[in-house]
Design a protein around this ligand. Structure first.
Ligand code: NAD
Ligand code: ZN
Length: 247
């Protein structure tokens, strides 16, 4: 059954004129980065308050120390996995034109994808809360917290969208534009329960895209917009999918 569905999904991808992938924390689990929700999810052990913008503004040191422990220590050593590489390959083949991601881990780019829309920003860039100067993570000394701006001594914030912060207009606009153009839209490893990320797949569907969804369990998309649901770990499904696409 799953074999037939994978074959069908591979056919859609092979014939796509404008494939777009939409990814979430689940695609990076096999790179050793835990998701927020689920059995091994961060919310089982970490209070989400540390990721709220109001908390960061009030207590940046505490917020930073938590970020370092749960994200930065893992992110700096994480490598892309088979799913990130498969999407990069589909990009090279011209079968997908872009990746819209809610992840902040930079693994799509590390795998060679060059048209990535980071809806929730990236851990790789820090921005000064006073003068807005941007820094690449590689030139910031993360032995001292909170890190501060070399120009004005303002506190640096990860250039990620915190809870209660809006998504920057440009990336939002570009992501919806990609969804509108898509004829095949591949959702991988996301619950996308957060607005407005959760409306992007619906927008793709409304504009005629076929929806392929890969997840270890059903989501709210599965019974509403998904055309082909491929149940399983992203790595296992993507490996099999690529074998069929390359036929
Ligand atoms: P989530 O943590 O809410 O849910 C993870 C989803 O991935 C679930 O649907 C789960 O069933 C699925 N999943 C888990 N393991 C999988 C696997 N091996 N293969 C396929 N699917 C798998 O994640 P979300 O929906 O992306 O939303 C949470 C927010 O968390 C995002 O906005 C993102 O910014 C942030 N986040 C990012 C990272 C990262 O950058 N890697 C990690 C954790 C959280
Ligand atoms: Zn500054």
């Amino acid at each position: 059954m799953i074999g037939r569905k994978i074959k069908h999904a591979a056919e859609l991808i092979r014939e796509a004129k404008y494939g777009v992938a939409f990814t979430g924390a689940g695609i990076s689990v096999e790179s050793g980065i835990p998701p927020f929700r689920g059995d091994d999810g961060l919310w089982n052990s970490v209070n989400p308050i540390y990721f709220e913008i109001e908390f960061f503004n009030k207590k940046p040191l505490q917020s930073w120390l938590k970020f370092k422990k749960v994200f930065y220590d893992r992110l700096v050593v994480a490598e892309p996995n088979i799913s990130h590489r498969a999407l990069s390959k589909l990009g090279e083949l011209g079968l997908i034109k872009s990746v819209i991601t809610q992840n902040i881990d930079f693994l799509h780019q590390k795998a060679g994808c060059n048209n990535v829309f980071e809806l929730h920003g990236t851990y790789k860039r820090l921005v000064c809360t006073k003068c807005s100067t941007e820094y690449d993570i590689n030139i910031v000394d993360l032995n001292y917290f909170p890190p501060t701006c070399l120009i004005c001594r303002g506190i640096l914030k990860p250039d990620m969208v915190f809870f209660n912060e809006p998504i920057p207009d440009l990336v939002k606009k570009n992501s919806f534009a990609e969804a509108e153009l898509a004829d095949v839209f591949i959702i991988i490893g996301t619950n996308a329960e957060v607005y407005p990320a959760n409306t992007i797949p619906l927008f793709a569907k409304e504009h005629g895209a076929k929806i392929i969804e890969i997840n270890i369990e059903k989501t709210h998309f599965t019974s509403s917009i998904t055309d082909i649901f491929l149940k399983g770990k992203a790595g296992t499904i993507m490996k099999s999918l690529m074998e069929h696409v390359n036929m």
